[in-house]
Unconditional design. Structure first.
Length: 247
């Protein structure tokens, strides 16, 4: 799948998640829209997504749309996902991200063939629960493994599940990848093996694999499997009083 088609499909996804009349415009400044039901960010936050050379911004109210539009007026699409630059024009209180967005077409997939020991488990399996507990609440939550809709693709060492991957079914036939490796087993290419199995499953189902990664080790795994970095996601919450919900 050519990069331009990946861009089109990725943009369609995030427009769908914006839940508002908005589009990625390569020419001109980023598009800002009031969208209180947007899934680009947590409720009451500003959601920013850049895909390729265009970006969209969703905000919870018309008042905040004015603030964000003024801020974006003199910013490039790259500056819009630069938290240090944003802090110079908006009263940013909290931040989620930025996280890089990677996508993969079947022709670019680089499968890991040494993952012969990968097995499928249901998400409620006790071995998976133990893996999530060992990783800790923060890492387990960031992985998103508890929310997958696919089978879990796992590796064991003895009776212990030490790595797992799967994906959530997102709109527009997108498979959002989730990967988790036990803390004491990292650096052994286990993430690549289980993620490769999950990606192959998604591609066989004719889904578009999406990999969202904030940290370099996760980004490195995505690249090793053939994913291309096409965008960035960032969410911010403004200070100086509560963000409006109405209007």
């Amino acid at each position: 799948m050519a990069d331009d088609l990946l861009l089109v499909r990725a943009r369609e996804l995030w427009v769908d998640l914006a839940d508002a009349s908005v589009e990625f415009c390569s020419s001109g400044r980023p598009t800002v829209v009031a969208a209180p039901r947007s899934r680009l960010s947590p409720s009451s936050w500003i959601g920013i997504v850049r895909i390729g050379d265009a970006a969209i911004v969703t905000v919870p109210s018309v008042r905040v749309a004015g603030l964000a539009d003024d801020a974006a007026r003199n910013m490039t699409h790259d500056e819009l996902v630069d938290i240090d630059r944003l802090r110079t024009v908006l009263p940013v209180l909290d931040v989620l991200g930025p996280a890089s967005l990677f996508y993969l077409g079947r022709d670019s997939f680089l499968p890991v063939h040494e993952g012969a020991g990968v097995e499928q488990l249901p998400i409620g399996d006790g071995g998976l629960s133990a893996l999530l507990a060992r990783a800790g609440e923060e890492e387990a939550g960031e992985s998103g493994l508890e929310d997958i809709s696919s089978p879990a693709f796992c590796l064991r060492r003895g009776d212990e599940v030490v790595a797992a991957a799967g994906y959530q079914s997102w709109p527009r036939s997108v498979a959002h990848l989730s990967v988790l490796v036990a803390p004491h087993c990292r650096g052994r290419r286990l993430a690549r093996a289980v993620a490769s199995a999950a990606v192959a499953h998604a591609l066989d189902a004719r889904l578009l694999p999406q990999w969202r990664a904030r940290l370099y080790p996760s980004q490195r795994v995505a690249v090793a499997l053939g994913f291309r970095e096409l965008g960035v996601q960032l969410s911010v919450r403004l200070g100086d009083g509560p963000v409006d919900q109405g209007r």
